[in-house]
Every structure is written in structure tokens, then in C-alpha cells.
Design a binder for this molecule. Structure first.
Ligand SMILES: NC(=O)c1ccc[n+]([C@@H]2O[C@H](COP(=O)([O-])OP(=O)(O)OC[C@H]3O[C@@H](n4cnc5c(N)ncnc54)[C@H](OP(=O)(O)O)[C@@H]3O)[C@@H](O)[C@H]2O)c1
Length: 356
């Protein structure tokens, strides 16, 4: 246990906050299956706080003087990024914990705090909001440990940051009187560095119980992210979408680079050759959506070209054919639903793209 009395530090923080302009955050929600929340800074009487309009699921009544204290359990890439950015946004660290004391200590050093431990319940019991940022497979265990040790205070909010897991994996903490939720930053965190703001302009997908959603939304907005509230039972589909958008894009580019190599263009030249096409396509999707952004032989109903592709890939790189055909079949559906090819042409193309 390496937690020290932090009353001096809190006093210093209060003095610092009192010297600041009284800013509060106000949220607006736009319900349409999910809510987008915008931040609007405004001034108000800091002693009174502010009663914002309640729209959708978000209710906000807190000034900078009441910003929550936070604890992190799991000082890895996301835990460190969150800790650094939350402190910059005015939240007070109640402590950092990790499986290994060295990870907690390193993170605490970066944050400039002495509140760290390898016993999570020792730091979480003081926090208004607890982030469990362990690997996904450890979240439930970490929550169970906090519950066993009575390591959370009543009315605290406990959040995890997994994209695929629902907030209900924290249910073991419910008897402690906390509100549970999840905040998934749709970002790739590659290191534990706390510099810069990796949350700026990204989506933070949020779900859970009302108090947890309100707190998570407030934090995400304070970190300059845009909140997206989703249904708890939609978490897996949401995460699958993110995996396709990011990971499968990489896999598809790898397929393209391999096909380009068959044309004699080496891997180091693949991106310079295809990069402008990739970027142009992404820009078109943004501008006109997927159906209208589709160009090429399938949307033109050019079966002869698709047939030659299939035959040539089968001849030169048969191991790549099934992926080419599978993606082609989905492309046929996009072209057909966009009204570019009729049912008959779609059937002809699907037959070509199903040949073994
Ligand atoms: N990385 C990303 O790009 C990303 C993006 C969005 C969301 N997420 C989510 O964020 C969460 C954390 O991911 P990450 O990439 O930051 O993981 P990470 O870098 O592997 O860090 C996880 C940390 O948790 C500590 N830990 C492991 N088991 C623990 C336990 N039982 N109790 C306390 N601490 C424990 C680890 O151990 P040590 O103490 O040994 O260091 C490590 O420091 C996951 O839910 C992940 O899905 C990650």
C-alpha cells in the first residue's frame, strides 16, 4: 500500500479550481435511436451549479468545482491515456492501481501523484468514478475483487472501456450501490504515453445505467470526444462494425497489395500506387454514402471483367480467390440495393462469384 494522505493535495486542487473561470458543461441530446451529445460551455453561478435542460437520457448538474475524483484499475495503454487526460480536464485522481505495482507507480509518476497501489480496492474506495481498464478477460475478476473488498463507495460510478463487453459484466458490484456502465473510446491506443489528447474528436460509445451514462457522457465531452449512446444489447454488433471498419480494412488492403504484387508491383510501392484510390474512395463514402461511392465492374454489371478476374486469380493465386469472391458477393448486394443492377444481372454475377 503506497497511498499517502492526500488532503494537502486536494486543498491545493481546490485553490487552483477556485482561481479558474467558472465553467460548466451543458449537453444537448438528439435522440434518434442513439443520441449525439454536444458540449456547450457556458458561465453560471459556480456556487449554485447549473440546472441544464434535460433532453434524452442526459442530465447534467455539475460545475467545475464539483468535478469527480477518479480511480484507474489497470495502468495500461487506455488507463494511462484516460488518467492523463482526465487530470488535464480537471478531474481529481483518487488513485491508480494495476496488477503490478511497477505499472501503477510508472503511471502515478507520469501523473505527478503518489496515490498508487497494486491493491485496487485501496484506491477505488475514495473515487467518485472508477475505470476498470484491464484487458477484457480481466474486467469481471477486477470487479469481483472490488465487490469482495467493499472497495467502492455508495453512489460511485464504475465504468469499463471494452468495446465488445456490455456493462452488465460489472453487475457483481450492484449490491455496493454503484451505477455501472461502459465507455468505449473508438481509438487505437498504442502506448502508455499520457501526452497529447487521444480522445479529441473521437467517438466514445457509452451504455449502462442512467447515472453511469450521465457521468460517462460528461467525462467524454470534457475529453473533447463525441458521445454515442448505444443499447447494452447492441454492444457486440457495434464492436463487430468497428472491427470490420478498421481491422478488415487492413486485411482488404493486404489482399489488394498481394494482387498488385502479381502484376509485378512490389509491396513497398503498393501504397503509393493504391493510396490515392483508397483515400478518394473513403472521401466519396463520406460525401455520398456507400451505395453511391461504389464504382467498378460490379456496379456496371460488367460480367466479362469479373469473369476474367476470377479466372486469373484462380490461375495465379488460388488461395486469394475465396476472399475476392466473398467480398464480390457483398458488393453485388450493395450494387443491387443501390438500384444500379437488376435482379437478373445480380444473379449472374453471384453465380460467377460462387464458382469454386
Ligand atoms: N488499446 C486500445 O487501442 C483500446 C481501444 C479501446 C478500448 N480498449 C479497451 O481498454 C481496456 C484496456 O485495454 P489496453 O489496451 O489499455 O490494455 P493493456 O495495455 O494491456 O493494459 C491493461 C493493464 O491492466 C493491468 N491488469 C491486468 N489484469 C489486471 C487485474 N486483474 N487487475 C488490475 N490490473 C490488471 C495490466 O497489468 P500490469 O499491471 O501488469 O501492467 C495492464 O497494465 C480493454 O477493455 C480494451 O478492450 C483498448
Amino acid at each position: 500500500m503506497e497511498i499517502q494522505d492526500h488532503s494537502q493535495r486536494l486543498l491545493r486542487d481546490e485553490r487552483f479550481l477556485l482561481s479558474q473561470r467558472p465553467l460548466v458543461s451543458q449537453y444537448e441530446c438528439f435522440p434518434s435511436g442513439y443520441e449525439n451529445i454536444r458540449k456547450k460551455d457556458c458561465q453560471d453561478n459556480p456556487k449554485k451549479g447549473i440546472q441544464t435542460e434535460q433532453t434524452g437520457m442526459i442530465h447534467q448538474r455539475r460545475s467545475i468545482f464539483m468535478k469527480a475524483s477518479f480511480a484507474i484499475v489497470g495502468c495500461g495503454r487506455v488507463g494511462c491515456a484516460l488518467a492523463g487526460q482526465m487530470q488535464r480536464a480537471g478531474y481529481r485522481p483518487a488513485g491508480l492501481a494495476s496488477k503490478s505495482l511497477s505499472s501503477a507507480r510508472d503511471a502515478a509518476e507520469q501523473l505527478g501523484t503518489e496515490l498508487f497501489s497494486d491493491k485496487p480496492w485501496e484506491v477505488t474506495k475514495h473515487a467518485d468514478v472508477v475505470f476498470i481498464t484491464t484487458p477484457d478477460g480481466q474486467i469481471e475478476n477486477a470487479a469481483s475483487l472490488l465487490a469482495d473488498k467493499q472497495g467502492v463507495k455508495k453512489n460511485a460510478v464504475v465504468l469499463h472501456c471494452s468495446g465488445s463487453q456490455p456493462s452488465t459484466i460489472l453487475s457483481v458490484l450492484k449490491p455496493c450501490g454503484v451505477s455501472i456502465g461502459s465507455l468505449h473510446p473508438l481509438q487505437s491506443f498504442a502506448s502508455k504515453q499520457m501526452e497529447g489528447n487521444p480522445f479529441e474528436n473521437i467517438i466514445a460509445a457509452i451504455e449502462g445505467e442512467p447515472d453511469a451514462v450521465a457521468m460517462a457522457s460528461r467525462i467524454a465531452t470534457d475529453l473533447s470526444a463525441t458521445c454515442l449512446t448505444i443499447r447494452t444489447d447492441a454492444k457486440t454488433a457495434y464492436h463487430a462494425a468497428a472491427v470490420v471498419a478498421s481491422n478488415y480494412l487492413v486485411a482488404i488492403q493486404d489482399l489488394a497489395f498481394r494482387l498488385l504484387a502479381l502484376a509485378g508491383i512490389p509491396p513497398e510501392n503498393a501504397f503509393p500506387v493504391l493510396g490515392p484510390l483508397i483515400q478518394g474512395t473513403v472521401a466519396n463514402i463520406k460525401k455520398v454514402g456507400t451505395q453511391k461511392a461504389l464504382t467498378g465492374p460490379i456496379v456496371r454489371g460488367d460480367t466479362d471483367t469479373v469473369r476474367t478476374h476470377v479466372h486469373e486469380i484462380r490461375r495465379l493465386a488460388p488461395d486469394l480467390l475465396s476472399l475476392y469472391q466473398c467480398l464480390g458477393r457483398h458488393t453485388v448486394l450493395v450494387a443491387e440495393s443501390g438500384g444500379n443492377i437488376n435482379e437478373e444481372k445480380a444473379a449472374e454475377l453471384l453465380a460467377l462469384l460462387s464458382e469454386s
